[in-house]
Design a protein around this ligand. Structure first.
Ligand SMILES: [Zn+2]
Ligand SMILES: [Zn+2]
Length: 244
């Protein structure tokens, strides 16, 4: 299964040639192409990308705005997200049910609710392909049950919005915004996750990527974790060892 990081930016307004477009993933395998998240940067590109299925983590415009004019395929989202996108002209709406394993074009996917926004309730996605399990959380302030959520995960793809606590806040007793990468690395260390790719990059990474990368890689190495910062167009073969 080929994984492409179509975009690795966020809604901060900061971008460069490596992180130009809203964060989105594309999985390509024998059973089709599955796109995950579709921010407004993808509005014009969606017809050319022509996925067979689309999944949304939440309703913020940098994850769903590309669907304003419809979609060429079924779209999977939680009931909360559908409520917020009621005006979008989508004809093939599918329900992503929290906790349930759903087979979608060759991927086994489980949506896991996490803390990020009260107004746009958000899920992370546990994605199984072959013997490989990855967890995708481009926007996350906190995991509800990190040990359970990350159990058996080979690769964590996380939120690069912040390197410190500046984007974390508490609303109605719940963590909102974005956890620093260092905190996400601690969740991964505790759960034994050995590989991390950072996406959804904000000003802290884009402003000085070399020093951010050095700092994060050193911290990750201390935890026994391989870390890399994704860029627009990065490709990885997921679970290819078994199929080759
Ligand atoms: Zn976002
Ligand atoms: Zn968000």
């Amino acid at each position: 299964m080929q994984l492409t990081f179509l975009g690795t930016g966020n809604s901060s307004g900061f971008s460069n040639t490596r992180h130009r477009l809203h964060s989105a993933l594309l999985f390509e395998g024998p059973q089709g192409r599955v796109m995950i998240d579709c921010g407004s940067d993808w509005l014009e590109e969606l017809p050319h990308l022509a996925p067979e299925a689309l999944l949304l983590t939440h309703a913020h415009p940098d994850h769903s705005g590309g669907l304003e004019q419809g979609a060429p395929c079924p779209v999977y989202a939680t009931a909360d997200t559908w409520q917020r996108l009621a005006d979008y002209p989508l004809t093939e709406k599918r329900l992503l049910e929290a906790g349930k394993m759903q087979a979608i074009n060759g991927l086994l996917i489980q949506a896991v609710p996490l803390f990020h926004s009260l107004r746009a309730p958000t899920v992370g996605l546990r994605i199984q392909t072959g013997n490989t399990c990855l967890f995708y959380a481009p926007d996350v302030a906190a995991l509800m049950e990190p040990a359970t959520t990350l159990k058996g995960v080979d690769l964590y793809i996380g939120d690069g919005s912040a390197l410190d606590n500046s984007l974390l806040r508490v609303e109605q007793g719940r963590a909102c915004g974005h956890a620093p990468v260092s905190e996400q690395l601690q969740w991964c260390r505790a759960a034994g996750v050995e590989s991390v790719i950072v996406t959804h990059c904000g000003s802290a990474i884009i402003g000085d990527e070399h020093s951010a990368c050095d700092q994060l890689a050193a911290l990750a190495a201390n935890f026994g974790i391989d870390l890399e910062i994704a860029f627009d167009g990065l490709q990885r073969c997921i679970g290819c060892e078994e199929s080759s």
